[in-house]
Ligand binder design. Structure first.
Ligand code: CP
Length: 313
């Protein structure tokens, strides 16, 4: 594996190997000295053209825990504001010695473009490209689900696990990558949202629902994954009011009480508390939100290790 561009590029065996390796990395993260010498002398560039808290910081931490050097690039405050292109920016950073480029960009397909032209020769990791994909998010979500449904997560797939992804499906790279990866791992994946945000064209091969209460009753999910309403990607009005969205598609305490008490609640963050999820649900015993963040570091260590150490995965 040279790059990680799409969750759909992973075979079931590759995905399970990455999840198992992330479990090993998680053991390192529980040690007093959280460091391995594995990537000493290698350089990871975090090339972020869009804002991020979790993804950027966890890639930085992951690289540092593997003893790599890290360069953090944010478009804000850089020569991008003077008109420098993605190609010139990436080539400039590679000329300084980058072995891997972690790219977040608002344009769908940007990571593929970087990887599949002769612009750069580094490993490219897609850290979110527009509304298209966010493969390491899907991997950390799968890791969290595997831990939540099994005391012995290593080696297992997600066969028999029912996952309900809820909300702004259209704009969600998290939903798209999760659909690909969770299905590869054998989960039964359903999506639910307003018709304006969960179009049939996106989900024609999927189980599609338009009302959350109906979806919960029909699916009886083991996992409910709430998505952020991405107002910044909306050019029109997709639902009547925030109050209406929250009433029909939001997760709240009383709706959570209608589900199995062991249902796992996931959210990729950042959360719009009071819109797609209320505080009681976000902070409930069902909530895996902080487990997702913790697992993000382990998954990104596993991905960097696999791409940069010359492993066979
Ligand atoms: N989940 C996620 O990608 O969060 P950030 O935008 O904070 O990186």
């Amino acid at each position: 594996m040279k790059h990680l561009l799409s969750a759909g590029d992973l075979t079931k065996e590759q995905a399970i190997a990455l999840l198992d390796l992330a479990e090993d990395m998680s053991d390192v993260n529980d040690r007093e000295i959280k460091k391995l010498p594995t990537l000493r002398g290698r350089t990871v560039v975090n090339l972020f053209f869009e804002d991020s808290t979790r993804t950027r910081i966890s890639f930085e931490l992951a690289a540092k825990r593997l003893s790599a050097d890290v360069i953090n690039f944010a478009a804000k405050g850089s020569s991008v504001s003077k008109g420098e292109s993605l190609k010139d920016t990436a080539q400039t950073l590679e000329a300084m010695g980058a072995d891997a480029i972690v790219l977040r960009h608002s344009s769908s397909g940007s990571a593929h473009r970087l990887a599949h032209t002769d612009w750069v020769h580094s490993a490219v990791i897609n850290a979110g490209d527009g509304s298209h994909e966010h493969p390491t998010q899907a991997l950390l979500d799968a890791m969290t689900i595997r831990q939540g449904v099994s005391d012995e997560p290593r080696g297992r797939d997600l066969a028999g696990v029912r996952v309900l992804i809820v909300g702004d499906i259209s704009h969600s790279r998290v939903a798209r990558s999760n659909l690909l990866l969770l299905k590869t791992l054998g989960a039964e994946v359903h999506v639910c949202g307003p018709a304006t945000l969960a179009p049939r064209s996106f989900t024609e091969a999927e189980h599609l629902h338009f009302l959350l209460d109906d979806a919960i009753r029909i699916v009886q999910p083991n996992v409910v994954m709430m998505l952020r309403v991405q107002q910044e990607r909306m050019s029109a009005s997709y639902f009547p009011t925030e109050r209406e969205y929250s009433r029909i598609w939001g997760l709240n305490k009383s709706r959570l009480a209608t589900m199995d008490p062991n249902t796992l609640v996931l959210h990729p963050g950042p959360m719009n508390r009071g819109l797609e999820i209320d505080a009681a649900s976000a902070d409930s015993k069902n909530s895996m939100v902080l487990d997702q963040v913790r697992n993000g570091v382990s998954i990104r260590m596993a991905v960097l290790f696999t791409l940069l150490s010359g492993g066979s995965n």
